[in-house]
Design a protein around this ligand. Sequence first.
Ligand code: C2E
Ligand code: MG
Ligand code: MG
Ligand code: MG
Length: 281
Amino acid sequence: YSTGIVETVLSTPLPHRQDQFQRRMDIEFYLRRAIDNQEFHLAYQPVVDVYTNQIVGLESLIRWNNATLGHVPPSDFIPIAEECGLIHEIGEWVLKEACMQNKRWQEAGLSKVFVAVNLSRRQFNDSRLSRMIQTILEKTGLHPKYLELEITESMSMEVELAADALRQLKKLGVRVAMDDFGTGYSSLGYLRDFPIDKLKIDQSFIKGLIQSQVNAVIVNTMVTMARNLNLLVVAEGVETEEELQVLRECGCRLVQGYYFSQPVMAKRIEEMLHLETKQTG
Ligand code: C2E
Ligand code: MG
Ligand code: MG
Ligand code: MG
């Protein structure tokens, strides 16, 4: 863990250390009750096909609002949930909620889109994961092709174990996406060893797209490589028209970012899907 609490705290000047410990304790304390208290909800961010201008998918992103702590971002509490083991429960809640919601939208007759769920390291390493997902798909009735699982490079342990875990997931018929692609140490090794369906180009490459030719070349190369490997590819963190233009020129068809929409509540997604359904249907 590069973000382990011990490293974080030890690299912090002494007067701030106590605060950090306190904050961590607070988060853990309230996190234990958060599911029962219904303090979580999912925000969804559209994934857009730039050729058709249609929403093709939605990434689910967890939100936590606690009466005492206020809004706590996932980057603050997911690592803690991982460390104290609560991630299994939280992760299961996210999967259920995302599948249930997507199925509800489909049943309401809205255009069918996939929902993407972020998996954390401990979930991915849990041998019960694929059975749990299978059960959720059965119970919600969501067709597996409308569920995408996002994993990151930092999640893997042993190559063989991870490859096995991925094969089990793929057998369910769900898609697997490599999140934050290009930021880890062995991105290419991953592509070689794992049955991935999609690359999500990390937003750091998109941010620098206009300023630096290096980023543009890297993005172009990633898109070409994905195409040659028969993988889907999506650019994350697209914020401006200029970035979108460069991505179009690269042949990157799927994009996600503030330019189109921030992650929003389910209600708002429903309105967006409704508009699309009217246009196409
Ligand atoms: P991620 O999966 O890479 O998600 C993308 C993050 O970038 C989200 O932050 C999203 O709000 C943000 N983002 C999207 N478009 C833009 C843009 O145009 N510009 C900028 N600057 N940011 C953009 P968020 O929601 O705070 O989530 C942060 C991370 O927390 C996620 O990164 C993911 O790793 C983790 N996370 C979120 N929800 C879950 C969850 O349900 N389970 C697990 N295990 N992890 C989650
Ligand atoms: Mg993600
Ligand atoms: Mg990402
Ligand atoms: Mg990320």
